[in-house]
Ligand binder design. Sequence first.
Ligand SMILES: *Cc1c(COP(=O)(O)O)cnc(C)c1O
Length: 417
Amino acid sequence: MMLSYHQIKELDQEFGSSFYLLDINKLRNNYQKIDSAFKRRYQNFIIGYSYKTNYLPYLCSVMSQLGAYAEVVSRLEYDLAIKIGVDPRKIIFNGPLKTFEDIEIALNYGSILNVDSLYEMEDVKNYSEKYTSKQVKVGLRVNFDITNNGENVLQEGFDRSRFGICTTNGNFQDAVKELRELENIRIVGLHGHFSTRERKLETYENITKGLCQLAKEYIGDSLEFIDIGGGIYGELPASFKLNAPSFDDYAEAVCRIMNNEFQNNERKPYLILEPGISMVANTFQFIAKVIGTKRIKDKYFVLIDGSVHNIKPTMHKRNLPMQIVKQKVTGEKYVSYNIVGYTCMEKDYLAYEINGELPKKDDYVIFENVGAYTIVFNPPFIKERPSIVAACNNEFFVVRKKESLREFFNEDLYIFK
Ligand SMILES: *Cc1c(COP(=O)(O)O)cnc(C)c1O
């Protein structure tokens, strides 16, 4: 979104001198682009929005209104979805740690539950014994090798994922057998989410094929869904110079396999995609006022009312796409400068060696693409969390207020004296 100096100044006066801006139209656009890319090719398609990527309640609520299911990985996220008003049958409960009570609530409410590991099987069995007259459905998260032509594709170069039930050492087969013995439990789906470095089409072909083959061999007619997880690329800023597949490319690769594998099925299973980054990364900007500049030896430093935690909680060193919105265009000569934050840490750099006119006090810096894994990950450190403002058709409204001392040090939680 392009904002004038005057507009930002007004927002500053209302919401504080640093804040996030959520672009609702862009969010709707992302949803519609992903949805139509897949639905055009495979009708029974469901988006399960990955809460952990950005669980701003208002954003989750917009997702739900658009038709997305809620993909949650903890009881906290599950309860948030309920609080927002998501139909429990449209919640997908994943994640490695669920208590018996979590499982009980999810199954009683008819949510989609994907069992992550054999240790969760005990709880499913206990559930089956406690509710003998109830018919329930579960999915299984599976773990198989997605090596591509000998290359490890997982993030950080891991040679295996730690999630799901292993299909190569017999654990998965044991789980299927155990669940089959419980008359009131049916396995209705398989889930395979993998975090990969390059998010390649081949990886999604391998995941889809792997899940379809396991489903045909072990699940058969009770199959209701194939859930390929998330991890796809969204639309990227040109400056990233990555030749990323488009939503259509992913949809084509995945749906071709689904259509092929299930061409003879009268009832086609649902295809579930769980986008996180691709749905929200480009919907957030972080805007912060320039406080002042200084020179240390021959280098310029620009201090803003923000911190690296606000935009890159993992503190990677790549510069994000950004704009400087100046109060006055002065046409000064270009210099190289760093943008640094308010914390007392040496490594609090929001941007390195930017080349341009040196920003001045009261100018604003806008960082783009900060919607994924930022507000959920950013510790309130040294200062209160800034507000989040939503923008929709030139209207601006707050969806998270700026924190105050009272909320930061919640009196219900802390002991003061
Ligand atoms: C994190 C996660 C996602 C979303 O991944 P992105 O890379 O943000 O698209 C989807 N499903 C599961 C199970 C996850 O843990």
